[in-house]
Design a protein around this ligand. Structure first.
Ligand SMILES: [Cu+2]
Length: 139
């Protein structure tokens, strides 16, 4: 009986520590050029305060994306809410604009780990109906 318990315990340990856990892969998001293809959109939150004041905030959606270091990335941004979103991406020389109903595509590759912001210069602060700031997390 002791032997069975011992082997059962060893089996459980092997299952959790030796067998490789299933990890999600982004293979399907990669195209023929081995680029990581990521799609985001422009969105908008709007609400009314108790005193009737309309408030709103434009957003990149999703607002945070994860990118491996040294990976070629093709980022598609589709303009849904808001007429125009001029933006830049920190750590790159990318400056472009997203317009309503149009897709803007930019390509980049980060060699350094870090958090790089996608900043819409028209909606950078709360006062400008933002902050429309996204985060590219490079690991
Ligand atoms: Cu904007």
């Amino acid at each position: 009986m002791k032997n069975i318990t011992k082997w059962l315990l060893i089996s459980v340990i092997c299952f959790f520590f030796v067998i490789d856990p299933i990890t999600p892969e982004l293979a399907e998001a990669k195209n023929d050029n081995d680029e990581l293809f990521i799609q985001i959109v422009t969105g908008e939150f709007s609400s009314k305060t108790d005193d009737g004041k309309e408030i709103e905030a434009y957003r990149w959606d999703p607002g945070t994306i994860f990118v491996p270091k040294g990976q070629d990335v093709k980022l598609s941004i589709f303009g849904v809410n808001g007429k125009s979103h001029p933006f830049y991406i920190e750590g790159t020389n990318i400056k472009d604009e997203v317009r309503k109903g149009e897709e803007t595509i930019v390509k980049f590759r980060f060699e350094e780990e870090g958090i790089y912001r996608i900043v819409c210069t028209a909606h950078e602060t709360i006062e400008q109906n933002g902050p429309m700031i996204g985060y590219i997390v490079v690991k």
